[in-house]
Design a protein around this ligand. Structure first.
Ligand code: GDP
Length: 443
């Protein structure tokens, strides 16, 4: 009838090199990659300790520290110089608090680390949640000085530890910090370790995933350099903080699972390509020429070229940050938070899910926004299935309670207004009226 059948061009513009990506990876990459979040009470010494770590590992040079020290002395706060390593603007310095999640990278012989810094101020909990949602493990900093530990444990220490655990972080390293203020007392260290262990076990951490390091961030004892303080070496000969960080089990890169990349950014009209995206590969692997499926649009596209950590590359694997130059897709099909996946095992698009969440506010069947990384969608808690025991995760109390109180753990069913690409074990955050009301794991 004169109408020509529309031919869909299914051939990529760039032919694949047909690499065995997993084999390429085996041969090249030997280092583990790990992201961690730093938690603890305000003033526990988190910023100072991380500044010390970066300084002793020579990530920050002496000149920068000297400059900070001068500035700090002018303000009469000389001990703040190390803490400023993690801070960016002068506004934050004058206020003496770290604000946003500062991203900092450092490497040991075994591991490339990213610190997702999390300040302890109450209002900064949302930042910590953002950090926790990307963390492989947590470093909990505890102020060992007399009285501080006791008030800290009742306050943010417990709250933070519960939060990271409820978001699926299973390993925690405890820096028993400022031990210089108690003359390196073993008794004090043991007392703190026992109390914190008991609490962490009740919060669902397994003893084998918990380690304690006696240290001083300010003086640099047992951070990178092994302490030579006789008061400490007489009873402790274990790992330094950095050795313990390196002990973390290799993060199992989900290499053989189906490809998943959440789009973090979209660039249009680039010199190299009119349409490119960036994001972290959550699972699987890819190479130039591969076909991808964009969800929820359900549109197929191809990898024209790619970059790993801003360097041109032929392939990439789970855990790496990539920029992908795409072909054969209209930008209207892509938005930040969408998922690029393998067309043969695509991610499901769902309108309802069950999650195990820790409540920060009262929860009832109510309107909420579901956040998952940069994806967020309006929805509502349709049903509270049950309350859960924090240690075992088993249901407690009566079925279908009407309300969840702050600090309780619960299983809830969430209904979304629009279908989104989401699958277990995603870490989700529920917000209402601009406040975080719960956080946890999709089941
Ligand atoms: P943050 O709020 O947890 O980030 O704590 P900061 O790093 O800002 O430290 C709070 C205060 O504790 C500052 O005055 C630090 O100089 C002090 N401080 C931090 N670490 C140590 C330590 O190991 N020993 C002693 N004596 N003081 C410390």
């Amino acid at each position: 009838n004169g109408v020509e059948a529309l031919k869909i061009d299914d051939t990529p513009k760039v032919t694949s090199k047909n690499l065995d990506v997993l084999k390429e990876f085996e041969q090249k990459e030997k280092k583990n990659e790990a992201n961690f979040v730093v938690i603890g009470h305000v003033d526990a010494g988190k910023s100072t300790l991380m500044g010390r770590l970066l300084y002793d590992l020579k990530v920050v040079d002496q000149r920068t520290i000297d400059r900070y020290r001068k500035e700090a002395e002018k303000m009469g706060k000389s001990s703040f110089a190390l803490a400023w390593v993690l801070d960016q603007g002068t506004e934050e310095r004058t206020r003496g608090v770290t604000i946003d999640i500062a991203m900092n990278k450092f490497s040991t012989n075994k591991t490339n680390f990213t610190i997702l810094d999390a300040p302890g101020h109450r209002d900064f909990i949302p930042n910590m949640i953002a950090g926790a949602s990307q963390a492989d493990f947590a470093v909990l900093v505890i102020d060992a000085s007399t009285g501080s530990f006791e008030s800290g444990l009742k306050g943010q220490t417990k709250e933070h530890a519960l939060l990271v655990r409820s978001m699926g972080v299973s390993r925690i390293i405890i820096a028993v910090n400022k031990l210089d203020t108690v003359a390196w007392s073993q008794e004090r260290f043991d007392e703190i370790s026992q109390q914190v262990s008991a609490f962490l076990t009740s919060a669902g951490f397994l003893p084998k995933n918990v380690a304690f390091i006696p240290c001083s961030g300010l003086h640099g004892d047992n951070i990178v350099r092994k302490s030579t303080e006789p008061g400490l070496t007489s009873w402790y000969n274990g790992p330094t903080l950095v050795e313990e960080l390196d002990n973390s089990e290799p993060i199992t890169r989900a290499l053989t699972r189906p490809l998943r990349i959440t789009i973090g950014d979209i660039f249009r009209g680039g010199v190299q390509n009119p349409l490119s995206i960036s994001g972290r590969i959550e699972s699987g692997s890819l190479q130039t020429g591969d076909a991808l499926l964009a969800q929820p649009a359900g549109e197929k596209c191809f990898i024209k070229a790619l970059e790993v950590d801003s360097e041109p590359a032929d392939w990439a694997v789970a855990g790496q940050n990539v920029t992908i130059h795409l072909s054969d897709i209209d930008p209207i099909h892509l938005k930040v938070g969408d998922v690029l996946c393998s067309p043969t095992s695509p991610i499901k698009i769902i309108k309802e899910f069950t999650a195990k969440v820790l409540a920060f506010e009262f929860l009832t069947p109510m309107q909420i926004d579901v956040h998952r990384g940069r994806l967020h969608t309006p929805g509502r808690i349709r049903e509270i299935v049950s309350l859960l025991d924090k240690g075992s995760g088993a249901p407690t109390g009566k079925k279908r309670p009407r309300i969840v109180k702050p600090a309780q753990l619960a299983r809830v069913i969430v209904e979304l207004e629009a279908a989104v690409p989401l699958e277990a074990p995603a870490r989700v955050v529920l917000r209402s009226n601009g406040a975080t009301v719960a956080a946890g794991l999709l089941e």
